[in-house]
Design a protein around this ligand. Sequence first.
Ligand code: ZN
Length: 134
Amino acid sequence: MQIEKIDHLGIAVNSIAEGKSFWTDVLGINIEATETVESQKVITAFLPVGESEVELLESTSPDGPVAKYIEKKGQGIQHVAFKVKDIDAALDELKEKGVKLIDQKPRLGAGGARIAFLHPKATNGVLVELCERN
Ligand code: ZN
């Protein structure tokens, strides 16, 4: 598997409208795009930083994964996403290595990326996302 870079850090916030001010006003990073990902019950806001991005995540529903994360652990870094060249090959390789996955197959994420999550039990507690972008 070829990890190309940290694609983005996913940060769970109660509200993008309130949570963005540190990133935009204090750090001066601009929001490039926002998008609702229905399947994940989140609104995402992408803030590019060099070759990587900060992804703010606001839940659209109390039963969504981001809402559940905040309920358990509070606001903060929810996942780290690595860009890979070929996500299908990467998942096959992980399966061969017996790594526990949340997503057996890639699904569509924000910005048209193909994404898949690894299970935090396989990564010492870090929710890892693989991400393939064209
Ligand atoms: Zn992400």
